[in-house]
Design a protein around this ligand. Structure first.
Ligand code: ZN
Length: 571
């Protein structure tokens, strides 16, 4: 029997996904009714109309069901053409057969909308289509035009392929991009997107003291810790009173930067009311849980150990705070990266004392004149004419260096003899790692203060070590440093280090043994497992500090990273 309210509901199902879910008793892939009592934090995301949505999330929060229902609904109700990407073709096929097809089969209304039920690559929904694509396969350029791009598991996808997809939106009136993923490294992938967003966090209110707070994890500081590890319960960060599941369920999203256009959600497993504190604590204490896993899949936060990136704290410990230059009769090494501009780094065994970039080789000629014993190691890649002239002008003092991919030899650097005099090759990824390790071990004095070396540091900040995945199996094949911005001064430093290897004895740079700190990151074994003691790792290393230095705090030194900021009191 239909009453007046049902009628309104019927009318609204064309415009409201929530009315539609209710009207058609929509079920998930397991056949359970979609409900929002426990999944309230997903409610707003279902209907968020922002053209750009970013969700930095933990694993297992019911997100794929949301993504499938929302995209089918929008394709149908707004006639949107949608491209939905997953890391590989295999992932896309498994997603369609394991999730999409099962949700369609469980809901008669979806069976009505979907014409080509058997296709793995695309589904016709009413007048529109959803295309399911992998990002790791080398295929001819995609010619489909789309109104919305959905990038699922972005941080395991090929980021350059995802960037190429943007052009597919050119002719759309919607031009929407939805991205979600568990994070990987700080300032990469989904975390980089999140930082540009309005940064919404799920705020709950303590039933005991009314304090508004978001749920977080910090074993060092009880004022930032939402779980009592001993009791295995959620607690208020202010009054330590127990937080029940209903309180966790009934929070609300609050944006840190409401004026920003990109709508961003941070979804840690802590806010899922069906996951207990005991389950989180067990995960944390499980010896098989790596810190990386706990961070990215449970807390939904990016994670970097010191080897994946040159962390700011590892860089600034090398700063001497004073300007310095060697005598003009000393040997110095100039590392040069050539491209649109010429980027250079100058130093010797007492450290690096100068860097810069220039349009032509005049500046480098000046350095070569001023230090008659200077040698230069120049990138063989870019700018053929300029560097050939420079090489001829300073015969015997300029070496052309090619950075190669993973080499089978054990040598980091190899100097050619005979006809190839003046040529050298170096293993790019291992050499970048080598320089980062030197900074981490405080072995490269940098003469000056942080202000003077800020631009230089930014180039390093754009380089991160990423896993190389096999396109067919998605298994880790190796590691590679990739850049997400300018990296020329970092590469100039790599060329400088190549020169130091040969012209400063054994490549060791001066440092005093007592200054050398013990690295606190774990070691990676050749089989890509890690050796570490989780207790030592978690007890000695404040997990929030491990990443804090990578936050935008660099630009706003007074501002604390968003995940450790002070919370607002309830109005
Ligand atoms: Zn409280």
């Amino acid at each position: 029997m239909k009453n007046h309210n049902d009628k309104i509901l019927l009318d609204r199902s064309r415009f409201s996904i929530h009315a539609w879910i209710l009207k058609h008793d929509i079920k998930n892939e397991k056949g359970d009714l979609i409900e929002f009592t426990k999944h309230l934090f997903l409610y707003d995301i279902y209907r968020d109309p922002s053209p750009q949505i970013v969700c930095m999330k933990a694993a297992q929060i019911g997100f794929s069901t949301l993504a499938i229902l929302r995209n089918i609904y929008d394709a149908w109700s707004m006639c949107m053409e949608i491209i939905y990407t997953l890391p590989t073709d295999h992932d896309a096929a498994a997603f369609v057969s394991g999730k999409v097809d099962r949700i369609i089969a469980n809901n008669p209304i979806l069976c009505d909308y979907v014409a080509d039920k058997d296709s793995m690559e695309q589904k016709a929904i009413g007048k529109s289509r959803i295309y399911f694509k992998g990002t790791h396969t080398k295929k001819a350029a995609i010619t489909i035009t789309a109104d919305r791009l959905v990038h699922d598991e972005k941080d395991s996808s090929k980021l350059d392929v995802i960037a190429d997809y943007q052009s597919r939106l050119q002719h759309s009136k919607y031009k929407q991009t939805h991205m979600f993923s568990h994070p990987s490294l700080p300032e990469m992938g989904i975390h980089a997107d999140w930082l540009k967003s309005d940064q919404k966090k799920w705020l709950i209110t303590c039933p005991h003291c009314n304090y508004n707070q978001y749920l977080s994890w910090n074993t060092e500081d009880p004022s930032k810790m939402s779980i009592d590890i001993e009791q295995k319960v959620f607690v208020c960060k202010k009054c330590q009173g127990v937080i029940d599941d209903k309180t966790r369920a009934t929070g609300q999203w609050k944006a840190k930067y409401p004026e920003r256009l990109i709508s961003g959600y941070w979804i840690p497993l802590l806010i899922a009311p069906w996951v207990s504190a005991a389950e989180i604590v067990d995960k944390y204490q499980d010896p098989n849980t790596t810190p990386e896993f706990f961070y990215t899949k449970v807390l939904g936060l990016p994670y970097a150990d010191g080897t994946a990136k040159l962390l700011r704290e590892h860089f600034i410990q090398n700063l001497t705070g004073k300007l310095w230059a060697p005598e003009t009769n000393e040997r110095i090494v100039i590392g040069v990266d050539t491209g649109k501009k010429i980027d250079y780094v100058v130093g010797n065994m007492n450290g690096i004392f100068n860097y810069g970039n220039c349009e032509n080789y005049d500046k480098l000629d000046e350095l070569m004149k001023r230090w008659p014993r200077a040698i230069a190691v120049v990138d063989q890649g870019g700018d053929f004419i300029g560097r050939t002239m420079f090489y001829k002008r300073w015969s015997g003092r300029v070496f052309l260096c090619a950075l190669t991919g993973d080499r089978m030899t054990k040598e980091l650097v190899s100097w050619k003899k005979g006809d190839e005099n003046g040529a050298v090759t170096a293993d790019r990824n291992r050499m970048i790692q080598f320089v980062i390790d030197h900074f981490r071990e405080k072995r490269i004095p940098i003469h000056g203060n942080e202000n003077e070396w800020y631009e230089y540091w930014l180039d390093w900040n754009n380089l991160s070590k990423m896993k190389v995945l096999d396109p067919d199996t998605n298994q880790v094949k190796g590691y590679k440093f990739i850049r997400n911005g300018r990296d020329h001064l970092a590469l100039a430093t790599v060329f400088w280090m190549v020169g130091m290897q040969r012209f400063a004895g054994t490549g060791s740079i001066y440092y005093s043994e007592s200054d050398r700190p013990v690295p606190n990151s774990y070691l990676e074994n050749p089989d890509q497992t890690v050796s570490f003691n989780p207790e030592q790792m978690f007890d000695n290393l404040d997990p929030y500090d491990a990443n804090a230095n990578l936050d935008a705090t660099l630009k706003n030194p007074d501002e604390e990273p968003w995940w450790i900021e002070e919370e607002e009191e309830r109005d």
